[in-house]
Ligand binder design. Structure first.
Ligand code: PLP
Length: 378
């Protein structure tokens, strides 16, 4: 089997497995004052430090959540409520057209439910980069804004100009949320550039169901109760998940060799694909991209057929479009790039990818292409 879908979820890293097993062996609620509680708390705090280092943040600003979906919702709703409470309400949500649905749908819900807030979509270029000119113009509009942008896109791997966007937001007095889920561990992060940054453990090789919001901006908690995590996110911490997240955060901070290997693997794959299928389109190829991601369209081949054919050959990739209620929907990211007519697959490598995996994707794609070509020509 060749697993080439790391942007969907990464296999559990050995470091995470060890940390999870250790955490599961502890008995104690991190809020308890006795020795067991203190040991659990020490484990959580060590992980908080590691996650903070990954994002160049202070550990006090890290709130553990159940994942990035919750972290994005907490940031958006929490910011909107806090700004309202402070008498400086946010009236505009400026969200890029390529954001993950956890951001887009939450922003839509806020605009629907909160009077006086509207959602404005920030366009992206044909290369999949935020349209800076359009964002600059939008930021000149009336009203306090909250901007949401990804550090790198999960479908194309295109890296976004976060430092420039941060300068624009600061100058306009806008708050900034950066979804750093896909970029984490692959490029350096700087939470100091934004007010809210979100992360997800399972994209890095921690277990699924743990993430973080790194917050320096105003925030009203959305889960209240026991007062855990300084009252910003109540609920007994998912200690084993948090420990696993901390372990992967440490591991990916010192993985330059891994990043170089991923770039070699991905570039080799794309080069071979272009040689075999010169008409293949590589999305975002003209923009800076994460080293591990390749989003490719083979004209005439539908994404869902490619995914199924590759799966039959033991190769796991994703269709770059979302699958809900059994229906494969066109990718909103490709549509945002003005490439909604293309049907593409996403090949994403990661910490345990081998050259055999890239070879297997290639072999399967070329076989499919050769089979489909006579039909396409007819
Ligand atoms: N943001 C991005 C860019 C993602 O790719 C994902 C997961 O697919 C999420 C947010 C949501 O993360 P989680 O699965 O931890 O809820």
């Amino acid at each position: 089997m060749a697993y080439c879908d790391h942007n969907a979820t990464a296999p559990l890293r050995p470091e995470a497995r060890k940390a999870v097993e250790h955490a599961l062996s502890l008995t104690g609620n991190p809020s308890s004052v006795h020795a067991g509680g203190r040991a659990a708390r020490a484990t959580a705090e060590e992980a908080r430090e590691a996650v903070a280092r990954l994002a160049a943040a202070k550990s006090e600003s890290v709130i553990f959540t159940s994942g990035a979906t919750e972290a994005n919702a907490l940031a958006l709703w929490g910011a909107v409520e806090a700004a309202m409470d402070a008498g400086k309400p946010i009236t505009r949500l400026l969200v890029t057209a390529m954001e993950h649905k956890s951001v887009l749908k939450t922003a839509e819900a806020i605009a629907e439910r909160v009077a006086g807030i509207r959602l404005e979509i920030v366009p992206v270029t044909a290369d999949g980069v935020v349209d800076i000119q359009a964002l600059t113009t939008l930021l000149q509009g009336e009203g306090r804004a909250l901007v949401a942008v990804m550090a790198a896109n999960n479908e194309t791997g295109v890296v976004q100009p976060v430092a420039e966007i941060s300068r624009l937001c600061r100058a306009a007095g806008a708050l900034l949320l950066v979804d750093a889920v896909t970029a984490a561990g692959k490029i350096p992060l700087d939470a100091g550039l934004c007010d809210y940054m979100t992360l997800s453990g399972h994209k890095l090789g921690a277990p699924q169901g743990v993430g973080a919001l790194i917050v320096t901006g105003p925030l009203v908690p959305q889960l209240v109760g026991g007062g855990q995590q300084k009252g910003l996110r109540a609920g007994t911490e998912n200690l084993s998940g948090i420990a696993g997240f901390g372990a992967v955060a440490k591991a990916v901070l010192s993985n330059d060799e891994e990043r170089m290997w991923l770039a070699t693997l991905r570039d080799g794959f794309e080069h071979a694909l272009k040689e075999a299928v010169p008409d293949a389109v590589i999305l975002g190829a003209n923009a800076p991209r994460l080293a591990n991601t390749s989003n490719v369209a083979l004209p005439g081949l539908a994404a869902e057929n490619m995914v199924i054919a590759l799966d039959l050959d033991g190769v796991m990739v994703s269709s770059g479009s979302s699958c809900s209620s059994g229906k494969i929907a066109a990718s909103h990211v490709l549509a945002a790039m003005g490439k909604g007519d293309l049907s593409s697959i996403r090949v994403s490598f990661g910490w345990n990818s081998r050259s055999e995996d890239a070879d297997a994707v290639m072999a399967s794609l070329v076989k499919l292409w050769q089979r489909a070509r006579p039909r396409a020509a007819a």
